[in-house]
Every structure is written in C-alpha cells, then in structure tokens.
Design a protein around this ligand. Structure first.
Ligand SMILES: [Cu+2]
Length: 163
C-alpha cells in the first residue's frame, strides 16, 4: 500500500514538473524580445529652392498671312448598276445624281403625299410614285443630263447626270 502511494506521488510530481516545464517553455517561446527599432533620422539638409528668375521676353508679334481658303469639292460619286433617289420632304435627294450609262435609277417616295417623276424631255418618263413607299425605276442607257420634276409640287426638281 505504501509503495503505491509513493508511486502515485512520484507520478504526480512528474506531471507537475512536466507542466511547470511546459509553462516555462511556452513563456520563453512567446516572450520574443522586440527588435530594436533603428530610427534613422533623415538628414534634413533643407536646400533652399533656386530663385525663380523671371525673364520677360520681348513680345514678338508675328503677323501671319491670311489663311488660304481652299475650297474642298466633294467627290462626285458616280454610281453604276443601280442608284436610289428619295422623294423626301418635298425634295428629291440627292437632287443631282451622277451615274454611268446603263444604270437603273429607282425613286422611292418617303412622303405622305404622292409625287411624280416627270422628265423634262417629253415622253421619256412620267410616273406617279404614291405616298409612303411608292417607287419608280428607269434605266439610263444614253449619256446626258436628264432633268425631271414633280408635277404636283412646283420647285421639286432633280437631275440625273449620265456619264
Ligand atoms: Cu411632289
């Protein structure tokens, strides 16, 4: 019985010793001494900014020559095969259309009123293009200037230039 108590007490002591050792170890592990902060003081050599020398330059007024106005002519797009003229807002758009010989021109009425496509050359072409999408097509097989107008609205004129 006595030996049992000795054994037990020795175990308890051992456990206590182990615990103490563990505590000591954890203490040493956690207590990390902070590194010395080497505060490098910046060398404050405040160099004064260089004095701003404001040199007043003499104002040279150069008289520029008048701008040369170059009139840019829009490139005349010559359409071939097929071309379209819109009757819109009581005008033919484009008002002048240049096409090659053999081109079929189609007029499309975009207005809410009827128009006509009537050649100034009597008997060449005269057609009514009805309101909201009416169309008329004519194939120009000869070079020349073809003026036309709308019989319903004076001043509604157009030209087809065939080259
Ligand atoms: Cu018209």
């Amino acid at each position: 019985m006595k030996s049992y108590w000795i054994k037990l007490s020795s175990i308890v002591l051992l456990v206590v010793a182990l615990l103490a050792l563990d505590v000591a170890c954890s203490k040493t592990a956690t207590s990390t001494t902070p590194l010395p902060t080497t505060s490098t003081t910046p060398s404050t050599t405040s160099s004064a900014p260089p004095p701003t020398t404001t040199t007043t330059l003499p104002v040279t007024t150069t008289t520029l020559p008048p701008p040369t106005t170059t009139t840019v002519h829009p490139p005349t797009t010559i359409l071939s095969g097929s071309a379209t003229v819109l009757a819109q807002g009581f005008t033919f758009n484009p008002q002048m259309l240049t096409v090659t010989v053999g081109t079929t021109v189609t007029w499309i009425n975009k207005d809410g009123e009827d128009h006509t496509v009537t050649s100034d050359t009597a008997g060449l072409f005269d057609a009514v293009i009805s309101a909201n999408g009416g169309t008329f097509s004519y194939r120009f097989d000869k070079a020349g200037t073809y003026d036309y107008s709308c019989l319903f609205h004076s001043g509604m004129v157009g030209t087809i230039l065939v080259k």
